[in-house]
Each structure stands twice: as C-alpha cells, then as structure tokens.
Design a protein. Structure first.
Length: 280
C-alpha cells in the first residue's frame, strides 16, 4: 500500500512539472508575439520572427493558400488534345457529339435496285429478321429509303447505303429460295465495298452492317466468317458505348441503342450456343 501511494504521488508530481513547463513555453511564445507586434523594423532573421513564423498565434486560424485560377476557355486545349492524343485518347460518344454524319462518296455510288425488286426483299426482312432483331428504326429507314429511290444513291450517306444493301442481302436469304443465294451474295458484296472500316470514328450503321453480315454469312453456312463479323459488330458497339446505359439521348436514340446492343447479345448467345438460325 505504501509503495503504491508513493508511485501515485510521483506521477502527480511529474504531471504538474510537465504542465508548468508547457505553461512557461506558452508564455514565452506570447511574449515574442507581443514584442514582434510593437517592433518598428522587424527582421526576418531574428529569433522572435522565426519563432512567430514557425508557430501560429494562439486563437488565430492559419492563413489560407490561394488556389491558382484555371483558364476558362478550354476550347483550344480540347482541339489540341484530340489531335495530339489521336489513337491514345478517345472521348466518349454523347448526344452532342454523335458520330451520325454523312460520309462523302469517293466515287460513283453503287446502283440501287428498282422498287419492284427491293420492296419484296424489305418485306421479307421485316417479317423474318426485324421482328427478332430490331436494330433499325423502321420508320426512319423507310423514309430514307424513299429519299434514296427518289434522288438517287449519291444523296445518301455511304454507311446508310451499306446498311441498305445488307438488309437486301438478308431479305433475299429470308425467302428460302436457293436461286436467291447468288443475289444475296452480290448485295452483301456491295454493302462491304460501300462502307469503309478504316475510319477511326465509326457509326451505328457500321455496327448494323457488321451484324447483318454475320446473319447472312451464318445462313450461308459460313460459320467462321459469321463469327468474325459478329465480333466486329460487338467491338464497334462497345466503341460507341452501346453497352453502357445512360447518357443525354432522346427517347428514340436511347431506345435504339438498347435494342441494337441486346440484339447483338441475343444473336451471340442463341446462335453460337444452340447452333440454329432463329428466323421463321
């Protein structure tokens, strides 16, 4: 008991001594601050100024550091960044910068078939394929089809023409007539030669063309080629961000982006898992 009492007394004495030293140190800092405030010509190398600069005053908040202001107009930087970072940095596709632009034809566009030939093929495509894989906004497609037939193929974008010929190829195969196989191959060849896959900026029509090529080649029993074109369609869709939901899109654009992606997914899972062609 006596030993424990002596230890407690020593601990109390040590605490009192530490408090006294801390109080004396604080009084010295206050005296240095008071002396520096009344100094006429304080020099930065004096002990009082150094101590005052190292320790902030009691009861005062430290001075805030001012942040550097960033320039407001970043348009020039964006242009330079997209040019210098080409192939390394690619901004996401948004509704304000959608890549649905007309592409100029390098030469004469391929001739279009007459309405007497094209209308039945479009009907077969709509009944047999579009009901399963609605990758096209059909009212818009029909409107562009009427414009192309009235004004000629040079009035339309090359990626739309490629999608149109791919639709005709799938429509010819949907008739299930053996004599239509050569015609379908010719339409598919026109589709591939009309569009250019060397461009770094792609469009949804390019993804649709690759997807329809996969459908047609699978019906022709060219499984390896169909597999390759399906992979190309999926990669183009991922590059366009079709696999990501959200974004500032209109109701039609947002719905079509979903339908295109899920059509690709359904075709990939159904055909390559069960080995069948899901059309009527």
């Amino acid at each position: 008991m006596i030993r424990g009492g002596i230890d407690s007394v020593r601990q109390v004495q040590d605490l009192e001594r530490q408090l006294l030293e801390a109080r004396q140190q604080l009084e010295r800092f206050r005296a240095l601050e008071h002396k520096s405030s009344f100094s006429i010509d304080p020099r930065p190398d004096t002990p009082s100024s150094q101590a005052f600069a190292e320790f902030p005053a009691v009861g005062r908040s430290p001075r805030r550091m001012l942040k550097a202001r960033s320039p407001q107009d970043l348009s020039y930087a964006r242009v330079q960044l997209s040019d210098v970072g080409r192939g390394l940095l690619k901004p996401p596709v948004t509704a304000a910068h959608a890549r649905n632009y007309p592409v100029a034809h390098s030469g004469e566009a391929p001739a279009l078939p007459s309405r007497m030939v094209a209308d039945p093929l479009l009907h077969y495509y709509y009944e047999c394929i579009h009901r399963h894989f609605p990758v096209l906004h059909w009212p818009t497609f029909e409107q562009n089809y009427g414009i192309a037939m009235e004004r000629g193929p040079n009035s339309m974008a090359s990626d739309w023409l490629a999608a149109f010929f791919a639709v005709l190829a799938c429509g010819a195969l949907s008739t299930h007539e053996p004599s239509r196989l050569q015609e379908s191959q010719e339409y598919l060849t026109r589709s591939m030669t009309t569009i250019s896959f060397w461009e770094d900026d792609v469009s949804t029509n390019q993804a649709i063309v690759a997807f329809l090529a996969s459908l047609a080649l699978a019906e022709m029993n060219r499984k390896s080629a169909s597999w390759i074109w399906l992979g190309s369609a999926i990669r183009i869709a991922q590059d366009l961000g079709l696999h990501v939901q959200g974004g500032q899109w209109s109701s039609v654009e947002g719905e079509m982006r979903k339908r295109i992606w899920y059509s690709f997914y359904a075709w990939d899972r159904s055909v390559w898992s069960f080995g069948r062609w899901p059309v009527n």
